[in-house]
Design a protein around this ligand. Structure first.
Ligand code: ZN
Length: 354
């Protein structure tokens, strides 16, 4: 197994940015008619290819307390939401700060129940074999899966995290981009991808690679935030799952299924789960409320310990808003995370001449 060209993919194929560029002519015509223009309708959906995208919402990078506004648009056909005019790949490192990486890494270390749940889901379908974790970070999940039953592999953009993952899990961990990886065809029984797909520029190509690397009958277990969840609907631009501009695509169960099936995978299980990790969304609302009355707060990415005023506000919110939300959530949308298991079909037996 070889894996070369470990760093930097350069610009994405020209069709990606071309498909996201707004058009100017309809805008001019609509303004003359006094109608609010939809400058995005000529954009083709990166998953289903249909035109007619609509502006969905605008929001800044609230995690870092930055002010630049980003626009998300939604496909009216498959319901995919994507970031219009994303930062170019060579600029994206500016949005992945040291503070961000620390938060992600700490989240992985402190959540053994998370890995237990995912292992339980996975082992309903496969109990042994070759397993590849895409975007394995510092290897917490691989470490949890360590046993004689599994031959473990990881792939991680950060070379430093890849080395850490290899040291702690005993897996073979490669550093680099998914589309540069050269794994053999039909090698893996299981490929996992947790909270990673939404960060990737080329989801269709990634899904095609996953299909290529899976054995017939192999399983792809993917987890992404649910843009149709109750919390996304309630919090709108304050929903922490937006993670702008690091999340380039925002999936619903329908758009994720469409993407996987278009790559030749079959949905085995497609469920949403509630985790009520709304603390961050509430915090963003509180940050804006404070800013409106002239109080500047340290952005979430840089503040490890919650300050006293926020702790008091959070407690009050838990007692009021959250209680209501728990009752109302099932009525207004699904859970916050999509846990999807897809299977590559078993090869059909060749039919010879009669
Ligand atoms: Zn679409």
């Amino acid at each position: 197994m070889s894996y070369e060209n470990l760093h930097g993919r350069g610009a994405p194929p020209p069709d990606y940015h071309a498909s996201l560029a707004p058009v100017s002519e309809p805008e001019v015509a609509a303004q003359e008619d006094g109608v609010r223009p939809n400058t995005y309708e000529a954009q083709r959906c990166p998953v289903c290819g249909r035109a007619g995208a609509q502006e969905w919402l605008q929001a800044p990078d609230r995690l870092h307390g930055r002010h630049e506004q980003y626009t998300l648009v939604r496909c009216p056909v498959c319901s995919l939401v994507w970031l219009s005019h994303p930062p170019r790949p060579e600029e994206m490192h500016l949005h992945y700060t040291g503070a961000y990486h620390q938060l992600i890494s700490a989240g992985g270390q402190n959540s053994p129940h998370r890995w237990r749940d995912r292992k339980a889901t996975l082992t309903q379908y496969k109990q042994s074999g070759a397993l590849l974790d895409l975007g394995c970070s510092s290897g917490s999940f691989l470490e949890f899966m360590r046993s004689e039953s599994w031959e473990l592999y990881g792939l991680e953009m950060s070379a430093e995290a890849a080395r850490a993952a290899e040291a702690r899990s005993g897996a073979q961990v490669y550093a680099g981009d998914i589309l540069d990886a050269c794994f053999p065809r039909e090698y893996f029984d299981v490929i996992t991808c947790f909270d990673v797909l939404e960060h990737l520029y080329e989801p269709r190509q990634v899904m095609a690679r996953v299909t290529e690397w899976l054995k017939p009958g192999g399983i792809f277990y993917v987890l992404v935030p649910n843009v149709d969840s109750a919390e996304a609907r309630v919090f709108g631009s304050y929903w922490h799952g937006l993670e702008l501009p690091r999340h380039l695509f925002h999936y619903s169960p329908a758009s994720l299924k469409f993407l996987a099936e278009s790559a030749g995978l079959q949905a085995v299980s497609l469920e949403t789960r509630r985790n009520f990790a709304v603390g961050t969304s509430l915090r963003y609302v509180w940050d804006d409320a404070c800013r409106a009355v002239g109080i500047r707060r340290t952005p979430a990415a840089y503040q490890a310990e919650a300050c006293l005023s926020w702790r008091a506000a959070r407690k009050l919110t838990r007692m009021t808003v959250l209680r209501s939300l728990r009752v109302l959530a099932p009525l207004v949308g699904g859970g916050e995370s999509i846990h999807a298991v897809f299977r590559k079909e078993l090869s059909r037996p060749e039919v010879g001449p009669a």
